[in-house]
Structures are given as C-alpha cells and as structure tokens.
Design a protein around this ligand. Structure first.
Ligand SMILES: NC(=O)c1ccc[n+]([C@@H]2O[C@H](COP(=O)([O-])OP(=O)(O)OC[C@H]3O[C@@H](n4cnc5c(N)ncnc54)[C@H](O)[C@@H]3O)[C@@H](O)[C@H]2O)c1
Length: 269
C-alpha cells in the first residue's frame, strides 16, 4: 500500500540481484509509491534471470551496466532518459563486492590488485555514476542520490576487511559530490548506513550469521530489516527530505550509539 510519495518521479536503481537484495526491496517500494524506474546491474547478474523477472513484475526496463565502466554508465543514462522521457529524480547505488573477502584473505595478507578492484566496484563506481549524471545533466533539480554503506567506515569490524575502507571512500564521495551537485542543481547526495542484512553480499562476510545476532542484540530496536531500509530510501527520494544532503544517515536500530548492552552479557532483568 503506497502513499504516492514518489508520484510522477523517475529513478534508476542499481544492484537488485535477487529477492533478498536491498535494492530489490527499494525498487518494489518505489513502484508502490508511484515512481517509474529503470533497474540496472552488472551484465553478469543478468545471467541469473532474477532481474528480468523483477522488471517484468514491476513493469519496467532492466538495462545491463558495469558500474565501473564510464561507457556503460553513459549508455545507461542516455537509454534511461529516452525510455523515461526525460531526466531522473533519484538514483540508488546499492553495489558492493570484494574478492579478498570472497576468498577469505586475512586483512594482514590482502592482494592489493584485488583491493583496487574492490575500491573501484564498491566506491569509485559511486563517483563514476555521479560524474556521468552530472556531465549529462541527467538529474532534475532537487533530485536525490543515495548509496548504501556500513558503520565499518567509522569503527573496526575485523571481518569486514577492506570493505571498511571502501565504505569510508564511498561516504566521502557523497560529501564531496554533494557540494558540487547541491551548488549547481540542488541535487542532494547521502549515504544510508544500514544494519547487517541477510543478502548475498552480507552473508559473504566471515562469521556473518553470528555477527548478525550480536548486532541484533546490541541494538535496542533490533537490526533494521531490508524492508525498513527501503522505506527510509523512499523518504530520502521524496520531497519530504529535500534539505538533507552530504550526510551519512544511520539506519540501524540504535546500534551506532550503543557502548554496551547488558542483554549481551545476560545481565538484563
Ligand atoms: N547486507 C548487509 O549486511 C549490508 C549492510 C550495510 C550495507 N550494505 C550495502 O548494501 C548494498 C547492497 O548490498 P546487498 O546486501 O543488497 O547485497 P547484494 O549482493 O544483493 O547486492 C550487491 C549488488 O552489487 C552488484 N554489483 C557487483 N559488482 C557490480 C558492478 N561492477 N556493476 C554493477 N553492479 C555490481 C551485484 O550484482 C549485486 O546486485 C552494498 O553497497 C552493501 O555493501 C549491505
């Protein structure tokens, strides 16, 4: 049930891989709220067929684009504007990948060419998306650009490995580009720092299910589910949040402001 919060708005959603992906939940909620969207993902993700099924269900187009390729991104934005009949109002960057994490390399023994790839896919791609949109003037004034991030950018979570540095870089791009895009077009740029979530990217982290339980207990409201993250994205894409920019916004059930929770030590009640 929608409230038409995005009625008449158009957007591009990166990163819907399967039904667990945070981007899938965001895409579904955007359509429910009256938006017209384009789905996109890396060409390899199209081999699984899930994104095509989602596009069919949401009655929208899905366009393959490797978010590290400027050529693919230019093609994506020009096709999207053609299909949507004009500029977009919102963009979601929901992309993350680390070969070092996938191969379970220790943090003190990382392969640096893989690390460069991680930074390119997980963080620099955000700059590439924004630079492409900025140069093509593809986002309407007062539009909203969001990326998903994690608190390991600020605090140490050893198993998150080099993704921590990726997220620090990603959040910094939001602030820096937020200045330029805000000054020229009043376009706002923010990151949402989400609770651990059971997705393909999330469960690739060593000890993820134990950690998921720990974060859930530590947070007074419990971990924020992907569906609630989608609701927050809707608010951030809507006009209700039009003066919020260059922020890293925690969506984590209170986890980021906890020091210790007695329930973890079995001391509650
Ligand atoms: N799952 C969690 O615990 C959690 C917590 C906080 C933040 N996040 C962030 O949320 C975002 C979405 O992740 P998710 O948990 O939904 O997992 P997911 O695996 O469903 O999504 C990651 C997406 O990145 C895409 N991708 C990888 N390489 C790409 C490329 N070169 N070009 C375009 N797309 C590419 C994948 O195809 C996939 O769709 C990521 O930025 C992730 O770091 C996840």
């Amino acid at each position: 049930m929608g409230n038409n919060l995005l009625q008449g708005k158009k957007g591009i959603i990166f990163g819907a891989l399967d039904d667990k992906s945070i981007a899938t939940k965001v895409a579904e909620r955007c359509v429910e709220e009256g938006a017209t969207i384009i789905l996109t993902n890396a060409p390899v993700a199209f081999r699984f067929g899930e994104i095509q099924k989602l596009a069919e269900k949401l009655n929208c187009e899905a366009i393959p684009a490797d978010a590290t390729s400027m050529e693919d991104l230019e093609d994506l934005f020009s096709k999207s504007m053609e299909i949507l009949g004009g500029k977009v109002d919102f963009v979601l960057h929901s992309i993350g990948m680390s070969i070092n994490v996938r191969k379970k390399k220790a943090y003190t023994d990382l392969k640096h060419d893989w690390m460069s790839k991680t930074f390119d896919v997980s963080a620099i791609s955000f700059h590439k998306v924004m630079q492409t949109a900025y140069k093509m003037d593809a986002v309407n004034d007062w539009g909203s650009i969001l990326a998903l991030t994690y608190i390991a950018a600020q605090r140490t979570f050893p198993d998150y490995s080099e993704m921590a540095e990726s997220k620090a870089l990603l959040e910094s791009f939001a602030r820096s580009f937020g200045y330029h895009y805000g000054s020229r077009n009043n376009v706002r740029v923010n990151t949402i720092s989400q609770s651990p979530t059971m997705t393909t990217a999330g469960s690739g982290i060593k000890g993820f299910s134990e950690f998921f339980g720990y974060a859930d207990k530590m947070s007074p409201l419990g971990n924020a589910p992907a569906e609630a993250c989608a609701d927050y994205c809707i608010y951030m894409f809507s006009d209700l949040s039009r003066y919020i920019t260059m922020q890293n916004l925690y969506h984590d059930g209170g986890f980021s402001n906890m020091g210790m929770n007695p329930s973890i030590l079995g001391m509650d009640g």
